[in-house]
Design a protein around this ligand. Structure first.
Ligand code: PLP
Length: 408
């Protein structure tokens, strides 16, 4: 009796070890994003285009990331992206670091350490997950000088704050919230003129890095890095995995003289981009340069036509009903997310599934699938937004829903 129990305990211990090893050795899993949030930070922000994915794979082994195949000598990883950045932004120079937070930190460190950085009070923002502009300015070795009020800042407010200790004017795109009503901000062009009269640089943190005018998708206009350059900004920084739709990265672009100084600073080496990120950014930027931005999944998802979404949703529902799973199409809203276009939504089509058990336990089963499905819940229904599901994922989505329902 005692011996038998000991064996059972041993089995139990083995099982615990086996499971924890399974957990330990499990890979990062691809998931189906059916949330309708296009730039979902927890799900890896922007999904890469097919050719950006191929570029990741192609650069995973030995590659010409810093090797000049013509001369057989040393090259620079930045040579892969700089010509495209110049072309797409109208900037004299530009380079890539590991993310936009690093891009701003490095820029301010080089241009404004031990000096004052003038920022409008309404732009001293928190972007999320520990990124607070006042902290970043402090870590760069500069001092923050806030001007104006939360909702209104005039050109005179900036002019009055500028003195011999000013190192830069910083303009921050308030990506994830909106101040509406009685508001005022000078336009970037006048701010650039003011900065240049005083011989100080204007730095713009553009955040989302949109290379397209978002009004063509029926959204508000999202500020574009190219516009900041055209308005006279000396440096513009932005993320490459938000509206741009590429891998994680940050761009520092603008005046050749300043970009060169920033790039040569010893801290730049601590923020270097990985070779696969450089390769996939190059592929992503190429889509824009070739006039084919819809090859970028983020652009394609935002641009998706309501009638096409409805047609896809209707077809998915028909297949679910055929498999015996109660479902219907309904209309809803998708969000762009990822610190852009706050409060704005895009009309979409949702597949609403009535789960056999509770919505919570059905969602749990969806997350436990080989290819997990991440959905929304409303009352006791599970809602799947077709906008963020790629057409190539539809079969897996249907199969996953049916499998999860069988297991319920
Ligand atoms: C998202 C964002 C950042 C941070 O960019 P990461 O690439 O995530 O480091 C900084 N500033 C603004 C305005 C942003 O929107």
């Amino acid at each position: 009796m005692t011996a038998k129990r000991e064996v059972a305990t041993e089995d139990l211990v083995d099982e615990v070890i086996r499971r924890s090893n399974q957990e330990l050795l499990s890979r990062v899993k691809p998931v189906i994003n059916a949330t309708g949030i296009v730039l979902h930070t927890n799900l890896g922000r922007a999904p890469l285009s097919d050719s950006a994915r191929a570029a990741v794979l192609a650069s995973a082994g030995y590659c010409d990331i810093e090797y000049d195949l013509i001369s057989g000598g040393r090259g620079s990883r930045q040579d892969h992206v700089e010509p495209l950045l110049r072309l797409l932004l109208g900037a004299e120079a530009g380079f890539m670091v590991c993310n936009n937070a690093a891009a701003i930190l490095l820029t301010l460190r080089v241009l404004a350490a031990r000096k004052e950085v003038v920022v409008a009070r309404g732009q001293a923002v928190e972007i999320g997950d520990g990124f607070r502009m006042p902290q970043i300015v402090k870590q760069s070795g500069a001092r923050l000088t806030e001007v104006g009020t939360t909702n209104r800042t005039s050109l005179d407010d900036y002019a009055e704050a500028i003195g011999p200790k000013t190192g830069a004017i910083l303009w921050v795109h308030t990506s994830n919230f909106a101040i509406v009503g009685f508001t005022e901000q000078p336009d970037l062009r006048s701010l650039a003129q003011l900065a240049h009269r005083q011989d100080i640089p204007l730095v713009v943190d553009n955040g989302s890095g949109s290379l397209l005018d978002t009004t063509r998708f029926g959204l508000d206009h999202e500020p574009m890095p190219a516009e900041a350059i055209a308005a006279g900004a000396d440096i513009v920084t932005f993320s490459t995995d938000k509206l741009l739709g590429g891998p994680q990265g940050g761009i520092i672009a603008g005046s050749r003289e300043m970009v060169t100084r920033i790039r040569r600073h010893s801290l730049a080496r601590t923020m270097r981009s990985d070779k696969t990120a450089v390769a996939s950014l190059k592929a992503t930027l190429s889509h824009y340069a070739e006039g084919n931005p819809e090859a970028v999944p983020v652009v394609r998802m935002i641009a998706a036509l309501p009638e096409d979404l409805k047609a896809r949703g209707t077809l998915i529902v028909a297949k679910l009903l055929e498999a015996g799973l109660p479902a219907a199409v309904t209309s809803g809203e998708s969000a762009v997310g990822g610190g852009s276009l706050p409060g704005q939504t895009l009309p979409t089509t949702l597949v609403a599934v009535d789960p056999p058990s509770s919505a919570d336990s059905f969602n749990k089963r969806l997350r436990a699938l080989n290819i997990p499905i991440i959905a929304r819940t409303q009352r006791n229904r599970v809602l799947l937004d077709v906008r963020t599901v790629d057409a190539s994922e539809e079969d897996s989505l249907i199969e996953g829903l049916v499998t999860a329902a069988r297991r319920s």
